[in-house]
Design a protein around this ligand. Structure first.
Ligand code: KIV
Length: 269
């Protein structure tokens, strides 16, 4: 089984094929997603909300991201593991950013994801590329900038805003990013951006014309219930599954039904 790499991701676009990405934050989930054929497993900073219960993604730091990245990387054989660089881990200066990005790679990531655009980000992406560190860029709605944006608002809605997003994407492509996440961008505008780039786009609420799709695993499994983005599709009801298992266990313990004879040790006869 061949490991997914940047060449594979680039070629899927050239061949007109699609690739899949999902987040994972722990060993056993990563193992299942890998076995299911997911191409990219993103240790998203969304884990701040869905796994750690924070209000937004800005409360998580590099130390925590490294722990989750290590756990996910151990569970994966085929997929590309991507560490989402957390808020303020890459903003202060290039040298600190490279140190933190290096830590993510040492923790087992095959690539990193970096939010945003602008001259500083372009030079950071360029430096990573020079050092052989694959980068996925992330533009459109960038959750780490939620306080500046003022909420989870759709981006790139107008002609001018779309041109601006395309200009950012082209700069990121030029700097060496091998793929770009477009988050919460109208489908038609994401199609236009996708058609005008040679690197693949990954939709996170940007419609079906992007080259790949990414969602938060807890949304897909029906586990996270604080909010459900319009663009996320729920494929199961894991909350109910876990609830039912916990309730049955609770009942079995309290009625003396657990453990049974197969579930205990006995002394030697
Ligand atoms: O943190 C995250 O989960 C993301 C998305 C693109 C899914 O960045």
């Amino acid at each position: 089984m061949k490991k997914v790499n940047t060449k594979y991701i680039r070629e899927t676009k050239l061949q007109g094929k699609k690739f899949s990405a999902l987040t994972a934050y722990d060993f056993s989930t990563a193992q299942i997603l890998d076995e299911a054929g997911i191409d990219i497993i993103l240790v998203g900073d969304s884990l701040a909300m869905v796994a750690l219960g924070y209000e937004n993604t800005n409360s998580i730091g590099m130390d925590e991201m490294k722990i989750f990245t290590k756990a996910v990387a151990k569970g994966v054989s085929r997929a590309m593991v991507v560490c989402d660089m957390p808020f303020m881990s890459y903003h202060s200066d290039i040298s600190t950013a490279i140190t933190n990005i290096g830590e993510a790679i040492k923790a087992g990531a095959n690539a990193v994801k970096i939010e945003g655009s602008g001259e500083y980000i372009y030079s950071l992406v360029k430096r990573c590329t020079e050092f052989g560190i694959p980068v996925i860029s992330h533009i459109g709605f960038t959750p780490q900038a939620i306080n500046a944006i003022g909420g989870r608002y759709i981006q790139g809605k107008t002609f001018d805003a779309t041109q601006e997003l395309l200009a950012q994407a082209k700069k990121l492509e030029e700097a060496g990013a091998f793929a770009i996440v477009l988050e919460m961008v109208p489908e038609e505008n994401a199609k236009y951006i996708t058609e005008n780039l040679s690197i693949p786009t990954i939709s996170c609420g940007a419609g079906k014309f992007c080259d790949g799709q990414v969602l938060v695993c807890d949304d897909v499994f029906g586990k996270f219930n604080r909010f459900k983005p319009k663009f996320a599709r729920r494929y199961g009801d894991m909350r109910k599954l876990i609830y039912d298992c916990a309730q049955q266990y609770d009942n079995d313990v309290k009625t003396g039904n657990f453990p049974n004879d197969d579930e205990v040790f006995h002394t030697d006869k």
